[in-house]
Design a protein around this ligand. Structure first.
Ligand SMILES: NC(=O)c1ccc[n+]([C@@H]2O[C@H](COP(=O)([O-])OP(=O)(O)OC[C@H]3O[C@@H](n4cnc5c(N)ncnc54)[C@H](OP(=O)(O)O)[C@@H]3O)[C@@H](O)[C@H]2O)c1
Length: 254
């Protein structure tokens, strides 16, 4: 089986790379950090590819480079922003919206023709509660607000992709709170909380890879349970508006 994992240089994605390579799968994984990427490639036998997924032109280039048949696309790359994260990228897009959401649209759309029969796309997501999330897609939001908006966009996209591509298995999975580098730049009480109550990346990897291996009904998952999204307004209208907005942006960066 050929698998591509984004965010494979740290945390949940790195655990997925370790688990799948241990099982003998051919894994290519993506991240920006060359040192960590090369170390994980050496440990696991996976293929490291360096790319910055906040930049649409790099994400398009990556998709062209990944030209093999694909059995699973596992999209873990993302962040929650910190003081050092720029609000907008050099392409003028909100950084978290571009990294956590748009890169997943670009990769999943571009790689569709290469997906084998019964292939899966699994995306790490938020907890499906978005009552207070902004739906002002075109306005750059800071920090957690930006992450929440990108999370909502991702869940809406997954729902639409699953509808449009019934032959594919499309899932999002919220793994709960996981002890990773994600919280490194947050206040110390948050870091302590995560250290005390967070799960290990290996546990999180297990929730994601079960969706890769076998057929499960339902798009959105919280660990091993299917969940309903708590959408701020009618899901279909919002999904369509987002779809049109996203495709207008992507057309500019082809
Ligand atoms: N940890 C949790 O409790 C939790 C809960 C729910 C959802 N999530 C989501 O799970 C995903 C993975 O997070 P994690 O907890 O595993 O955090 P992490 O340890 O910080 O890993 C994040 C991964 O994403 C990659 N990444 C970030 N920005 C990138 C960019 N611009 N281009 C390419 N790769 C990029 C990082 O690679 P480089 O540093 O090499 O670029 C790294 O491999 C995130 O989307 C996060 O929001 C996490």
């Amino acid at each position: 089986m050929n698998v591509v994992v984004t965010g494979g240089t740290s945390g949940i994605g790195a655990a997925v790379v370790r688990e799948l390579t241990n099982k003998g799968l051919q894994v290519s994984f993506i991240g920006r950090n060359r040192e960590r990427g090369q170390a994980i490639a050496k440990q696991t036998g996976g293929q490291f590819i360096q790319a910055d997924l906040s930049l649409l032109h790099e994400t398009h280039q990556l998709a062209t480079y990944l030209n093999k048949p694909l059995d699973s696309l596992i999209l873990c790359a993302g962040g929650i922003g910190s003081k050092s994260t720029p609000l907008v990228t050099s392409e003028g897009l909100e950084t978290l919206f571009a990294t956590n959401y748009l890169s997943k649209v670009v990769l999943s759309q571009a790689l569709l023709p290469q997906m084998t029969t019964n292939a899966s796309i699994v995306m790490v997501s938020g907890n499906g509660r978005y009552k207070n999330a902004s739906t002002a897609w075109q306005t750059a939001e800071k920090g957690l607000r930006g992450a929440l908006k990108a999370g909502l966009a991702l869940d809406l996209y997954a729902q639409q992709l699953a509808q449009n591509q019934p032959a594919l298995r499309v899932h999002t999975c919220y793994p709960g709170m996981v002890q990773t580098n994600l919280f490194q730049q947050m206040a110390w009480p948050v870091r302590v909380l995560v250290r005390m109550f967070g799960q290990s990346p290996d546990q999180a990897s297990g929730y994601i890879t079960r969706l890769v291996y076998s057929r499960h009904e339902g798009v959105h998952w919280q660990k091993t349970k299917p969940i309903q999204l708590d959408l701020p307004v009618t899901g279909n209208d919002l999904a369509l508006e987002l779809w049109n907005y996203s495709h207008s942006i992507l057309a500019d960066y082809q």
